[in-house]
Write a protein that binds this ligand. Structure first.
Ligand code: NOJ
Length: 542
């Protein structure tokens, strides 16, 4: 075979693995940038801001749902799977956005909400009003609410049961989330096909893949907890095979808020999801920072099974939901609430509805350290919009809306988000747009934004970060996590001082080498003891 052909094949394969060395960025379109003064962010506004995202170093944007929706769950309740809510723009504007993003080497994935629809969806309207409608069997109905009792309730603060009586239908319908979000019936082959068509529709339009919402709950089986059932994997593999065959290079990102060993099957043999969120590492980063010890992080990483070569974990510090505490023990949850949610209105369901900066006392050192972990642990990092400038939250807003406030672009009225009246109250006080905004931080070389930009650039420069190779280095100091990331001969040793005290570490002889810190460019030898200031970090490169 010709050498150029082999090289070309390698390039194509690597290209298809683009997500392994990428940096992702999650956006609420409604809260990002309004282009027409109606107070709601839109696709045009986001398109205008692509230069910002490119300068930040973002490779892929995940946009939260933009489908028509009554917004009972901020768009995760979809009334029409085949169009864009006019408040955000049109299908054509989405195409323009995708094209403009691609010109900047940025990809765009969107939410694929398979598990449930809105009750305003015409499918559900038809289903509830006519027993003989072909749509009746699109949903899960029952004459009794006494089945599937072993399925937990997810939105514990709002829902009492996974069954809701529907007067019009004369039956109960099944829902894992709000009672305005009836679950689809995946036992119905027509539902299965319909949702594959939905995926095809957006892929044909040019979208680069999906963040697949709530996948553990697609099927229900009596006597189980109705999560992670084998049928689910059969279906998801079907979706994947369509993508591989017709849309190579596009990806599926799995939202399964589960333990690592339970997420592992979602990668299959490299033939199901390309990526999966690593939920349990997230709260342990906050635990480590508060305890000044890294043991919980190490424990969960050691417990994380290997995944196929073409797969990747996805790491995050915050997202649009509450900081979920589902993947910790009851005792740890109570501790996290005590430490991070001292006011009752900071709690939500089994989590905490606060943003990154307020959680970390707006302490620049802690925010940087959390990001140092995010960018150096195995997995592809996702930044939640606004966290790169240290935006705050608004606890007066209902449910999770408090962490979905308008992006703060500058210090003008409404933070440069809109020329009209914003769809929601802007954040005030310590985190107001006068104090926290992009324009200001762009100007200052030492701002948080500039530091994150540098972290992103370094992260992408060294393939070691994107791989799965990780080795914990024992130093006997419980306050400083030390781990080695490697790609071929390229070695990076990451030091994170999780405590509020100066720490020293001495690493074992076999790791002692000379190199430099990637941030300061300062050279030093690891033969000597290394001293770390409180909450400081080194990314040491040989
Ligand atoms: C997970 C999403 O992240 C969350 O925002 C939503 O409420 C549920 N899935 C239901 O779609």
């Amino acid at each position: 075979m010709k050498r150029w052909f082999i090289a070309w094949c390698h390039k194509m394969i690597n290209n298809n693995l683009w997500y392994k060395n990428a940096v992702f960025y999650e956006i609420s379109v409604r809260a990002f940038k309004d282009s027409d003064g109606d107070g709601r962010g839109d696709l045009r506004g986001l398109t205008e801001k692509l230069d910002y995202l490119q300068a930040l170093g973002v490779d892929c944007i995940w946009i939260m749902p933009i489908y028509p929706s009554p917004l009972r769950d901020d768009g995760y309740d979809i009334a029409d799977y085949y169009s864009v809510d006019p408040a955000y723009g049109s299908l054509d504007q989405l195409k323009v956005l995708i094209e403009a993003a691609h010109q900047r080497n940025i990809r765009i994935i969107m939410d694929l909400v398979l598990n449930h629809t809105s009750d305003a969806n015409p499918w559900f309207q038809a289903a509830r009003s006519d027993k003989n409608s072909p749509y009746r069997d699109y949903y899960v109905w029952s004459d009794t609410d006494q089945i599937y009792k072993d399925a937990r309730i997810i939105f514990v603060d709002t829902e009492r049961s996974n069954w809701t009586w529907d007067e019009q239908a004369g039956q109960y319908f099944w829902h894992r989330f709000y009672s305005t979000q009836p679950d689809l019936n995946f036992d119905n082959p027509r539902v299965q096909e319909e949702m594959l068509n939905v995926a095809r529709f957006w892929l044909d339009l040019g979208i680069d893949g999906f963040r697949a919402d709530a996948v553990p709950y697609l099927f229900e089986r009596e006597g189980t907890n109705c999560e992670n059932l084998p049928e689910t994997h059969v279906y998801l593999k079907k979706l994947r095979s369509i993508m591989d065959e017709h849309y190579p290079g596009r990806i599926l990102l799995c939202e399964a808020n589960q333990w690592p060993e339970d997420v592992r099957p979602y990668f299959g043999d490299g033939d199901e999801f390309h990526m999966g969120f690593h939920f349990p590492i997230m709260p342990r980063i906050y635990m480590a920072l508060k305890k000044g010890r890294f043991e919980d992080m190490e424990e969960i990483m050691r417990r994380t099974p290997p995944i196929p070569e073409n797969c990747q974990w996805c790491t995050f510090l915050r997202n649009h939901d509450e900081l979920t505490l589902e993947m910790v023990t009851e005792e740890e949850r109570q501790w996290m609430w005590k430490e991070y949610a001292p006011e009752p209105n900071m709690k939500l369901n089994l989590g905490i509805r606060r943003r990154l900066a307020p959680l970390l006392d707006n302490d620049r050192r802690k925010i940087e350290l959390a990001n140092s972990l995010l960018f150096t642990l195995p997995g592809t990092p996702i930044i939640y919009y606004g966290d790169e400038i240290g935006m705050g939250d608004n606890l007066n807003l209902f449910d999770r809306n408090g962490v979905r406030t308008p992006m703060q672009w500058d210090d003008s009225t409404n933070g440069g988000f809109t020329s009209g009246t914003p769809f929601t109250e802007m954040v005030q006080g310590e985190y107001s747009c006068q104090k926290v905004n992009v324009a200001e931080q762009m100007k200052s070389p030492n701002s948080l934004l500039r530091t994150i930009q540098k972290m992103i650039a370094l992260r992408k420069q060294y393939a070691a970060f994107g791989g799965s190779d990780m080795e914990w280095i024992e130093t006997g100091n419980p306050a400083v996590s030390v781990y080695l990331r490697r790609h071929d001969d390229d070695v990076i040793i990451v030091f994170n001082n999780l405590s509020n005290a100066i720490q020293t570490v001495q690493i074992p002889a076999q790791y002692q080498m000379t190199g430099r810190d990637l941030f300061s460019n300062q050279s030093f030898s690891l033969e000597q003891q290394l001293e770390l200031q409180p909450y400081s970090y080194y990314w040491f490169h040989k």
